[in-house]
Design a protein around this ligand. Structure first.
Ligand code: PHE
Length: 452
């Protein structure tokens, strides 16, 4: 690295260490495509109205997700700092940054348990290829005894190690390289598994469930779930897109990048649905719930198909890759913050943040066994971290971005590269539509408002 006269490590790191144009788009797609697309999306689609829900989700992505995504990227590139200092620089006031710190905490909190699930997917890849997953046909008890023991802790360590090492290697040499190899790899895996799923006997019923809309199945609640998921799926409200935006060069069009990321996220969700629904319908499996769908229901399908352990392995590797590229973006938020605020070198910041986040995550890894009974308010440690970060910090972060860009930051349009009618539409969505909808989801997820 060049000598650094200003002694501002983040500035110097940014100058020498930036994404290439495609590198940025791939890294942002890597962040957005994660466990959210691969297991949460198919399962909530199953629960909240199938194809009709999918259409609402697309609407939410376009009209709320995209404008906020572009705003986050613009704040990052315009403010050139962490999720705290970018707000301070652009607004000239400390108050905005104080809220930005909630996003740093949110990313840290999500990562502490996201790393645990990333670990599960790696364990499942291994036991699929060795075949030990298929030795006992009771997949529910296999899953229960795995997550109830101490093995998840070892996999959590591995997930954090990989994430920390990638981040320590820097933006171009670490994060960009990692995503440039893995995101196209992910597409290949998805296509192989989709072809496998769609050619199974009886796959049509799964496709129909996923893609043939029945609007009578939609409820107000499903609309809110779709909206909340659009935020989670695009990695919004946690400072991740903002932090990546910090490392984008001046010439890149942020508008095009945002559209590419939104489209990429949607494609991966679509294909994930075209893998999971045909596969489970073909084997007569109920579209179960959450982690259960992927870890307990799908293995039965793999066990029954020829070369099942290979397809099982590919599927879980796919999940692991999707999870790790998102994990890298989550942990980068507090790492950039530590470099900026505490003036640490990247390597040092990566080391400490990874270590502390792992320690905070240990009880989450044990929440399904030894610590399962520690559940104040009916939620385990894992559930609390998920609840507070996804349902409280994420909407607060999203609201901050919309209000800041819509009302406080006068030069937002310039940074985002928008003029004329498109700029006006963007501002309208950021000022009026997105904040109102975010507040409604927020109250809904806290249980303040209820729908039957
Ligand atoms: N978008 C990721 C997923 O779909 C999760 C995520 C949320 C990542 C927030 C970063 C920030 O799994």
């Amino acid at each position: 690295m060049l000598p650094n006269p200003s002694n501002n490590k983040l500035q110097s790191a940014q100058l020498g260490d930036q994404f290439s144009s495609t590198g940025f788009i791939l890294a942002a797609i890597g962040s957005s495509v994660g466990l959210g697309n691969m297991w949460k999306f198919p399962y909530i689609t199953g629960m909240y109205g199938g194809a009709a829900f999918f259409l609402v989700f697309i609407g939410c992505l376009i009209f709320v997700g995209l404008p906020v995504l572009l705003a986050e990227m613009a704040i990052g590139r315009g403010g050139r700092g962490s999720a705290v200092s970018a707000f301070n620089t652009l607004s000239g006031s400390k108050y905005w940054g104080a809220f930005g710190f909630l996003a740093v905490l949110g990313a840290f909190a999500i990562m502490s348990y996201y790393g645990v699930i990333a670990g599960w997917t790696m364990h499942y890849s291994l036991i699929s290829i060795t075949g030990s997953l298929f030795e006992n046909a009771d997949y529910t008890s296999t899953f229960g005894s795995f997550v109830g023991g101490y093995t998840p802790l070892i996999w959590t360590v591995i997930a954090f190690l990989v994430t920390g090492v990638v981040i320590a290697r820097g933006i171009k040499g670490g994060i960009e390289k990692f995503n440039k190899i893995l995101i196209p790899g992910l597409m290949i895996l998805l296509v192989i598994l989709m072809v496998r799923g769609l050619t199974l006997p009886g796959a049509g019923a799964g496709v129909e469930f996923f893609l043939k809309p029945d609007f009578s199945k939609l409820t107000t609640q499903s609309v809110l779930v779709a909206l909340g998921h659009a935020f989670f799926s695009l990695s919004l409200g946690m400072g991740t897109m903002l932090t990546y935006g910090t490392y984008v060069h001046r010439q890149q069009s942020l508008g095009k990048a945002a559209v590419a990321v939104g489209f990429g996220d949607l494609m991966y969700a679509l294909i994930a649905g075209l893998i999971i629904f045909p596969t489970i319908f073909s084997y007569g499996i109920e579209p179960g719930q959450g982690p259960g769908l992927v870890f307990m229901a799908l293995p039965a399908a793999f066990a029954a198909m020829p070369l099942g352990n290979l397809f099982g392995f590919l599927f879980f590797i796919l999940l692991a890759v999707a999870a790790l590229t998102s994990a890298v973006s989550l942990l980068e938020v507090p790492v950039t913050w530590a470099m900026d605020k505490l003036k640490m070198s990247r390597a040092k910041a990566a080391f400490w943040v990874t270590l502390i986040c792992f320690i905070v995550g240990i009880p989450s890894a044990l929440s399904f066994g030894v610590l399962a009974d520690f559940a104040p308010g009916g939620k385990t440690y894992f559930d609390w971290f998920d609840f507070i970060s996804s349902n409280v910090l994420l909407p607060v972060g999203g609201l901050l971005v919309t209000l800041f860009t819509g009302y406080a930051w006068k030069r937002a349009g310039e940074e985002a590269g928008l003029t004329g009618p498109i700029y006006k539409i963007w501002m309208f969505l950021l000022r009026y539509v997105a904040p109102v909808l975010i507040i409604v989801i927020f109250l809904f997820s806290l249980g303040v408002i209820k729908f039957e």
